[in-house]
Design a protein around this ligand. Structure first.
Ligand code: CA
Length: 241
């Protein structure tokens, strides 16, 4: 489990890093909204949860939350802030935050909330995943794109679900192999490329934007060139439709 700490106070950052690592979580730190967007777009393995301070140099933590939800990313977010006002809390939760912790907080309290949010996030919160014009119906295991039904083989389904749960993030072949295929393949296996090819054939139609982008030397990303370029989050935020 990889946790992104978005916080500009070094004391709090190192307190959180030490505590979370001692509990077995991997951590990444971002001190500004731009760094947070970059980390969310490029972290490998992908970020599983975000601890988000609201007052940051160069912007508001709320922008990061709005950007994330605007892209259709369901990554859980816990807001950390000194602003205990009810109004702020309500706004944070309305903006798509999963929970809220006010400073000062004890590490045990934070840890309990992290665990609770991760537990909830692991269960599908709804019966479908929607990214752009593609929808996965988790009950019937059928994909729909632009209103057209797409039948998928079980392995294709598992691969597409993985991509859609991590939209706009680069997934390496090794990550995909370990998530979608149980057995270990020898290095150099091209099974991932073969299945990405199958998915492209089924998902990509001449009139629609191609969805699975090859990132040279890194892997694949579920997004078009226009919607998911790492490091250019500003463009991706408005390219959702
Ligand atoms: Ca701050």
């Amino acid at each position: 489990m990889q946790i992104l700490i978005v916080e500009d106070d070094r004391g709090i950052t190192s307190f959180l890093e030490k505590g979370l690592r001692a509990e077995g979580y991997a951590t990444v730190v971002a001190g500004t909204p731009d760094e947070a967007r970059l980390a969310l777009g490029t972290a490998d393995p992908p970020i599983d949860l975000v601890l988000l301070d609201l007052g940051l140099p160069g912007g508001e933590g709320g922008e990061v939350l709005a950007w994330l939800r605007g892209l259709g990313m369901a990554t859980p977010v816990i807001i950390l802030t000194a602003r205990a006002e009810v109004e702020q809390k309500v706004r944070g939760l309305n903006g798509g935050a999963n929970d809220y912790v006010t400073k000062p907080f004890s590490f045990d309290e934070l840890l309990a909330r992290v665990r609770a949010v991760l537990r909830t996030a692991e269960q599908p919160s709804s019966s479908e995943i929607v990214v752009g014009d593609l929808r996965l119906d988790l009950l019937t295991k059928v994909a729909w794109r632009a209103g057209q039904r797409i039948e998928l083989a079980p392995r294709e389904w598992a691969l597409l679900e993985l991509f859609m749960r991590h939209p706009h993030q680069v997934l390496s072949r090794a990550q995909i192999l370990s998530s979608v295929w149980d057995q270990t393949f020898e290095t150099g296996s091209n099974v991932v490329d073969v299945y990405v090819g199958y998915l492209r054939k089924k998902l990509n139609k001449p009139a629609l934007e191609p969805l699975l982008v090859t990132v040279r030397g890194a892997g694949y990303r579920f997004a078009t060139d226009a919607t998911g370029r790492s490091g250019q989050p500003e463009r991706s935020a408005d390219a959702r439709n």
